[in-house]
Design a protein around this ligand. Sequence first.
Ligand code: NDP
Length: 329
Amino acid sequence: MSFPALVLSKQDQTVSAELTQLTTKDLPEGDVLVAVSHSTLNFKDGLAITNRSPVVRTWPMVAGIDGAGVVLESSNSRWQVGDRVLVNGWGLGETRWGCLAGQLRVPSEYLVAIPETMTAHDSMAIGTAGYTAMLSVLALEQQGITPASGPVLVTGATGGVGSVAVAILAKLGYQVTAVTGKTSEHNYLTQLGAAAILPREVFAAAGKPLQKEQWAAVVDCVGSHTLVNACAQTRYGGVVTSCGLAQGMDFPTTVMPFILRAVRLIGVDSVMVPIALRQVAWQRLASDLSADALSLITAATINLGQVPQYAEQLMAGQIRGRVVVEIKS
Ligand code: NDP
């Protein structure tokens, strides 16, 4: 059976993204075939589709690091035809054909059941970004942070990870300070539950190794000087999670926050997370992210043909929240 797919190809140093028809027999090995109804546009998809960073390691590549849909065929007893499933990471869209396509074939152990109360569209409105926000919150909880610990800083707050982190933390009772470069989106962040908003410029340049202690915890999505300054402002014994590099992959810090204030820096990865933690994260997303917040966060629902144009906008920092891709075979 044929289906549409966004295929990235490389010739010499030029990468092209083209909407192509593939057939089921083109797909890689795997014991479950999924009819993908929804995917999404994440920062990493933007990097791959616009060729801003070497995300794709084998060519040609079907783009898309996450997707949701129903099982079409399964030779594994864990999944039955018709089961609603989602998948993200595991190298999809990087080393293995991904989800911006009508069909996906994967090993059964990659898949997670979509929580009962969630539609496939909602699961991709959350997508890898929202799930990474939940992993960051779970990491803070695991380190003993509670709403009583004190205020939490979220950087890159109008982005996918940041928006979901603000909404979840606020719903859980945390006092959230959001950092954003978008002055036009203060109302949005307040609606998501931010108690205070700071401009991105405050964190963007090199600062002192130790600054006034303010945050019990930080969810950082942008790296570079912002992460350094956030660590320098974290209270004694506080926790900082690091998942992103929207400002840069550098980390020009000193050891001072760690050795004088016992600040803990916790790395958050979404790609190779064991399945048990994925299941916990998705169940918590079903309970701890309100429907109102998710609808506010969902910036647009687009079709496969619109993906390259939206990828450029995402990379230019022009998109607030999340973009869902609806796939019609
Ligand atoms: P988005 O593009 O949706 O959001 C990124 C946000 O960062 C922007 O909206 C903007 O927020 C802020 N930003 C952009 N450029 C800069 C800059 N130069 N300096 C400071 N802030 C900036 O991306 P996501 O939220 O989906 O992802 C955020 C980061 O997390 C990315 O780096 C992504 O690669 C990473 N990530 C990592 C994962 C992992 O497994 N570790 C999984 C998912 C994402 P504002 O305008 O509000 O300041």
